[in-house]
Design a protein around this ligand. Structure first.
Ligand code: COA
Length: 336
């Protein structure tokens, strides 16, 4: 009987380039408090958010993805037609099928494999792990990972628990072969017993009723048990971060940047404390400006930190994403 020939890919992988896209419309806390009973001070102190970006109708998930991807490809020195796969992490592409990734791939000029993943705010780190494994296995030489959201489309502006948190945006990286290790082992998992803590108000196949005065039907929206998520992220994600450092064989003191998902500034503060992160290690705090745009927060923050010089090209960074599922993923990477 004939045996199957297997393929062998690269010994190591790395992030070759990163790009981001922040939508043009700045939504201030003063605007948010015209929708909900709150204050600028409450929002700043409880979440760290000062502004968030919301997309205009022209800034679709496709356009934002293509913009971010174009920058990542240029930074990596890779052409779209060299991409063997395109992975898009999103929960706000409003079509269950086909995948947004197919349109992104087409716009970039590749017929490589293309699919979306639904891993909420952990989606970018999930994508990086998959892409790295693909390059090592030889299923693709270069893989694009995009995190993109228009959470403004899924936000009930009258919900006090979520209206001030979410934002829109996109970030992308190109992952490819490397001479030295550039992407550490992923520490990832799910806690489906907490499925109900971040959900949609109703499934896509339920048709909402119009409002009592004949206003158009609204939703579905994202809803969240804020305190439960906050506790989970602050405690369990600290453990996951420590595990990712240990698996990569590095310590917090070896890091040149800490880039956690931007869910709440107080969650970031708590992670920094538990990690015992030395003061000289820069920490992503882009939530202040961009809000929580889910799968896009980490690559957007990475691009920003490299651009403003707070994190060095070639430095070591710890990434951790966590969110709806509940799901999480963390890995140590070399910055492009
Ligand atoms: N403005 C002003 N006051 C508000 C408010 C708002 N938008 N929302 C709630 N409050 C009030 C509550 O009524 C409550 O008042 P009380 O003490 O008089 O009863 C008080 O603030 C505390 O409410 P609570 O819900 O406990 O707030 P919190 O400290 O947990 O902060 C979040 C709320 C949403 C900021 C926080 O829970 C959080 O960030 N959770 C995680 C969010 C997250 O990471 N989501 C994405 C996952 S990827």
């Amino acid at each position: 009987m004939a045996t199957i020939r297997e393929k062998q890919g690269a010994a190591h992988t790395r992030i070759m380039g990163v790009g981001g896209y922040a939508p043009s419309r700045v939504v201030t806390n003063d605007e948010v408090i015209t929708w909900i009973d709150s204050s600028d001070e409450w929002i700043r102190t409880r979440s760290g958010i000062q502004t968030r970006r919301w997309a205009t109708p022209e800034e679709t998930v496709l356009e934002m993805s293509v913009q971010a991807a174009g920058k990542a490809l240029a930074a990596a020195g890779v052409h779209g037609d060299q991409l063997g796969a395109v992975i898009v992490s999103t929960v706000s592409h409003m079509h269950q099928t086909p995948a947004l990734a197919c349109l992104v791939a087409d716009r970039l000029g590749t017929n490589g494999a293309a699919y979306d993943i639904s891993a909420g705010c952990a989606g970018f780190c999930y994508g990086v792990a998959q892409a790295s494994d693909m390059v090592k296995a030889g299923s693709a030489e270069y893989v694009l990972v995009v995190g993109v959201e228009r959470l403004s489309d899924l936000t009930d502006i009258h919900d006090r628990g979520t209206a001030f948190i979410f934002g829109d945006g996109a970030g992308a990286v190109v992952i490819g072969p490397s001479d030295t290790p550039g992407i550490g082992p992923v520490v990832w998992g799910s806690e489906g017993d907490k499925y109900g803590t971040i959900t949609q108000t109703f499934p896509w196949n339920e048709v909402p009723e119009p409002g009592p005065d004949g206003e158009p039907a609204r939703g579905p929206f994202l809803q969240m048990e804020g305190q439960a998520v906050f506790r989970w992220a602050s405690y369990q994600m600290a453990e996951v971060s420590l595990k990712a450092l240990a698996e990569a064989g590095v310590t917090a003191g070896d890091l040149d940047a800490f880039i956690p998902h931007q869910a709440n500034m107080r969650i970031t503060d708590r992670l920094v404390k538990v990690l015992g992160l030395p003061e000289h290690v820069p920490v992503a705090r882009t939530i202040a400006e961009f809000g929580n745009n889910s799968a896009a927060t980490i690559p957007l923050a990475m691009e920003r930190m490299l651009q403003d010089g707070s994190a060095p090209h070639g430095g070591l960074a710890l990434l951790i994403g966590f969110g709806a599922g509940l799901v999480y993923a963390a890995q140590v990477v070399t910055l492009p």
